[in-house]
Design a protein around this ligand. Structure first.
Ligand code: KG4
Ligand code: ZN
Length: 335
């Protein structure tokens, strides 16, 4: 079965074609970073309009690169949440319309399930069961995964997501948008142990996270410093080290509590090199990640999640669909 995947939940239009037998056939991504940069963050209405402009041309591009036609599409998977409502509606409307016109089934995919399953696109995929750490701009989740759709929430952020904390700290330091990867690059020039930041919520039991205090700690440290370029890099490094260490402590705890030996990390922040180095250093744990380009939002993970759930694919009236700006992962069921 060849599944067309459409991702449009935030500021990236991602399109892909996944074949259940041959694997990933083609994929393409259009990032709206330049569009939102001057506003310092995603402007939802601009995001929706840009998805409208880009989705169909990207679908044609992906079909061309796979040397296929529209008639070769057997099913359509689209992101139905969580995300920005207008942006989600663009992908859902286009996805459902294409499915209806081609008379093929369509499937609403949970964006976070897309991230969670994305490391399974790699040549040496992890095997179920595993603990999943999902770290993106909107979510920080620890999940016990028994199989597709069998998700038990172990812990989550009670305030800012870790990616959001990276972005807000970067903004406060006057770095460009999107801040996360830029702050990570700056941290590489920081001097180790100049500052020590707290590891929030690691001294008490439980697997929840809190990152908003870390952002405030970074702000106070920066304001009290002499504010040289080196100070900025030192604050960036101290913030990143604390965030990474906090994630690692909770991952270790989650693995111990569940008895799992495999950790699977995904979402935008899983591209962070310091995080990868720290998690890879854990003893007796196999750690898996998506390839760099599939850490952040993309169509491949949505097409793949669709293929994993093909038994749940349904042909429905194109005129009746909805999206879910909020859609907790543990509401999903096995296909
Ligand atoms: O998964 P994603 O592309 O979109 C969401 O679903 O949110 O994640 C984007 C987040 C942003 O907060 C971005 O700053 C962060 O991932 N991010 C990083 C890095 N690359 C992306 N954070 C830290 N270090 C990185 N290298
Ligand atoms: Zn995402």
């Amino acid at each position: 079965m060849r599944v067309l995947g459409i991702e449009s939940s935030c500021d990236e239009t991602g399109i892909a074609l996944y074949d259940s037998e041959k694997g990933l056939l083609a994929h393409s991504l259009y990032s709206q970073i330049a569009l939102h940069a001057e506003y310092g963050g995603v402007v939802p209405e601009l995001a929706s309009r840009d998805h409208i402009r880009k989705t169909l041309p990207l679908i044609d591009e992906v079909l061309t690169s796979a040397q296929l036609n529209r008639d070769d599409i057997d099913a359509v998977a689209y992101t139905a949440g969580p995300g920005l409502v207008g942006a989600l509606l663009v992908g859902a409307a286009i996805g459902r319309s294409i499915a209806w016109a081609l008379d093929v089934p369509a499937l609403a995919i949970n964006h976070m399930e897309g991230h969670l399953l994305s490391p399974l696109l790699e040549e040496q995929p992890p095997e179920f069961p595993f603990v999943s750490l999902l770290v993106s701009g909107g979510h920080t989740l620890l999940i016990d995964v028994q199989g597709v759709g069998q998700y038990q929430l172990l812990g989550e952020s009670i305030d800012d997501a870790v990616g959001e904390a990276f972005d807000k700290t970067a903004k406060m330091l006057g770095l460009d948008y999107p801040g996360g990867p830029i702050l990570a690059a700056l941290a590489e020039t920081g001097i180790k142990d100049t500052y020590t930041f707290p590891r929030p919520m690691t001294n008490r039991p439980g697997l929840d996270f809190s990152f908003s205090g870390l952002k405030t700690f970074a702000m106070n440290t920066w304001r009290e410093s002499t504010q040289t370029a080196q100070d900025k890099a030192n604050v960036a490094l101290a913030f990143q080290t604390a965030a990474v260490e906090t994630l690692a402590i909770k991952c270790k705890r989650a693995l111990k509590e569940t008895g799992r030996k495999t950790l699977v990390v995904a979402g935008g922040v899983s591209a962070n090199k310091a995080l990868r180095t720290r998690l890879d250093s854990m003893h007796q744990v196999n750690v898996y990640y998506p390839r760099a380009e599939f850490c952040s939002d993309n169509g491949a993970m949505i097409a793949f999640a669709g293929a994993m759930r093909q038994s749940a694919m349904i042909k429905e009236d194109a005129a009746t669909f909805s999206v879910r700006p909020r859609w907790p992962l543990d509401e999903l069921t096995a296909p």
